[in-house]
Design a protein around this ligand. Structure first.
Ligand code: ZN
Length: 156
């Protein structure tokens, strides 16, 4: 059972790492931010389009990084597209808490659908490898920066 789970976890992460979704620079976007994780060499740019109701109508990314950072960015773009900024930020908080082993995420997660929560749980498996937590959270920190009007963040 545990081996099955581990296999599934790796398969999904590897697939997103190799074939990242929304890996492009959109022709138009409303926000953009650069995220750097010097410890690993991950460097990503996140592009966000927001409508008048502060809903994320499009989100894409470019850059280079390790499989975990690229997979996490790919999954982030799929998950937050269509969400309001407020929801996306709540999800970022919950994900960050999951990755750092803080358990007060469950209350926030209750308001999200099972598929979204399942994806975050998969990614949050990196907390077994503390060095990789910055890789997994980089795209989320960068999305948060873009939402808040910052243009650049670094994990250092
Ligand atoms: Zn990395």
């Amino acid at each position: 059972m545990l081996d099955d789970l581990r296999e599934l976890y790796q398969e999904v992460i590897l697939d997103h790492g190799k074939n990242p979704r929304n890996f492009r620079r959109p022709e138009s976007f409303s926000r953009e931010a650069v995220g750097n994780n010097p410890m690993c060499g991950d460097a990503l740019v996140i592009y966000l389009s927001l409508d008048d109701d502060q809903t994320i109508t499009d989100v894409a990314f470019q850059g280079k990084g390790c499989a975990i950072s690229v997979a996490s960015a790919s999954m982030m773009t799929e998950v937050v597209k269509g969400m309001t900024v407020e929801k996306a930020e709540a999800l970022f908080k919950a994900f960050h808490a999951m990755c750092t082993g803080d358990d007060d995420a469950s209350q926030i997660l209750d308001s999200f659908d099972e598929e979204t929560v399942e994806r975050l749980r998969m990614l949050a498996g990196v907390r077994q490898f503390p060095m990789r937590v910055k890789c997994a959270t980089l795209a989320w920190h960068t999305m948060d920066a873009a939402v808040n009007g910052s243009h650049e963040i670094s994990t250092e």
